[in-house]
Design a protein around this ligand. Sequence first.
Ligand code: DX5
Ligand code: ZN
Length: 219
Amino acid sequence: MNLLSPSILAADFGNLSDCIKRAGKADMVHFDVMDGMFVPNISFGIPILESVRKITDITLDVHLMIEEPIRYVKKFKDAGADILTIHYEACSDVRETMDRIHELSMKAGLAIKPDTDISVLKDYYDVADMFLVMTVEPGFGGQTLIEKCVTKVKELRESLKSTGLETDIEVDGGITRDNIDTILKAGANVIVMGSSVYNGDIEKNVEFFMNRLKEEANA
Ligand code: DX5
Ligand code: ZN
């Protein structure tokens, strides 16, 4: 199933509630947490997630760009996260972190940066609900998609298929009207978009991308 997950990193924080409502026809809200250590930027965290949870029932797709996320799994659960995605590169024990996420009844995603090979994911095929293939270096919105990451998506989809799995593959960073079809064809099915949804007319952008996702699923 193809799903759209608009990233509120690109929203107007002074009008966050309005922005989230305007993107309400999408499938999820993508919530980027940055700690200034794992990535060279700081975004927002637990109190803001609590506020977002209060204004919407939509699936909250939380992307943790933080060192040793296991320390905060319970706090993000309590704040209202539905999906918790951690970075392979940020954990001393990936499996333990994913198990902790499952113990708290959330879906567990595993992310890799553009220079991390998809082969490292194989050990977690049995435990991941979703793999996130970053299509830019994590840390900032509004960057250009790195082409080689599309090949990674393709190879990961083939590898999962050959093992009989249909695990969700999320892509995040630099997705636009120009490259959405290529990325869907490569095998991604959860599409994160910051600038492409929140710059301009939010409702129209969401409608456009939801239609593209539907058309691709029916093709
Ligand atoms: C980057 C974040 C992304 C970002 C995407 O580290 O993980 O979710 O918001 O923004 P765009 O779609 O503008 O590249
Ligand atoms: Zn993200």
